[in-house]
Design a protein around this ligand. Structure first.
Ligand code: ATP
Ligand code: MG
Length: 221
């Protein structure tokens, strides 16, 4: 390995926001405290109280990529992100039960989704999760044209870009604020620990206690 990451160092990849926040208590259970706040710091590499452990801040959807290539030894990513990535090169030891939400189909209030499906209409579906959405509709035998978006999916039906969206929902307040209704539940989502397969072998002595502490702390939640 090169760059920052060598055999005595551990690098953990996290995204800002709910995954970072929900991972902090798990890290603390492993005796690790992050010394800077990613919301206020501009640094992308954050030190911890352990000089051999650092946290890198990346986009949620980039976490599996950093871990796959060994630029980070381990990371935390949502099931939504892992399904889109494919999980290649990643060992997924545990479901951390954090950042929970659901993946759902939503349409504009008043759009008769069931009727459209029963009539065999070709639906236009906008989503960030094209892989998971394709599998979901194929399993149901529903014909869809998928439109890849990178954010603000809620807007698509409102401006006629799509009939439906596939998006993550937690409280439903964003859907409600945009006059959308949830019409189908695809799956429950939570975040998982992912570990680089080579690091698991080469750095097992350092990684194993952290994985076990994460496991204990996430089960006792
Ligand atoms: P980015 O903002 O970098 O484009 P993102 O919006 O997917 O990416 P976050 O909003 O930080 O990133 O979400 C990270 C993860 O949090 C998601 O991949 C998902 O697993 C989880 N999550 C939990 N609840 C929600 C929710 N209501 N909306 C979006 N993501 C959620
Ligand atoms: Mg976001």
């Amino acid at each position: 390995m090169n760059g920052l990451n060598n055999d005595s160092q551990l690098i953990l990849a996290l995204s800002k926001g709910r995954i970072f926040d929900d991972t902090m208590p798990l890290l603390e259970a492993a005796g690790i405290r992050v010394l800077e706040n990613p919301e206020t710091s501009r640094k992308l590499i954050l030190p911890t109280n352990d000089p051999n452990v650092r946290v890198i801040i990346v986009r949620a959807s980039d976490v599996p990529t950093y871990v796959q290539y060994g630029a980070a030894d381990f990371g935390v990513a949502g099931k939504d992100v892992l399904l889109e990535h494919g999980g290649e090169g990643l060992y997924q030891p545990i479901d951390l039960n954090i950042a929970a939400c659901r993946m759902s189909v939503a349409v504009q209030a008043g759009f008769d989704y069931e009727k459209a499906v029963h009539q065999g209409a070709r639906l236009r579906v906008a989503t960030k999760f094209v892989h998971t959405a394709r599998e979901h509709f194929a399993a149901k035998g529903v014909h869809v044209d998928l439109i890849k978006l990178y954010g603000s999916m809620e807007l698509a039906p409102l401006v006629g870009l799509s009939d439906a969206i596939v998006d993550l929902v937690s409280t439903g307040s964003t859907l409600r604020a945009n006059n959308l209704v949830e019409v189908e539940h695809i799956m429950e989502i939570s975040s998982r620990l992912v570990v680089n397969q080579a690091a698991l072998k080469l750095k097992r002595a350092r990684l194993q206690p952290i994985i076990e502490a994460f496991e204990r702390a996430s089960q006792s939640k």
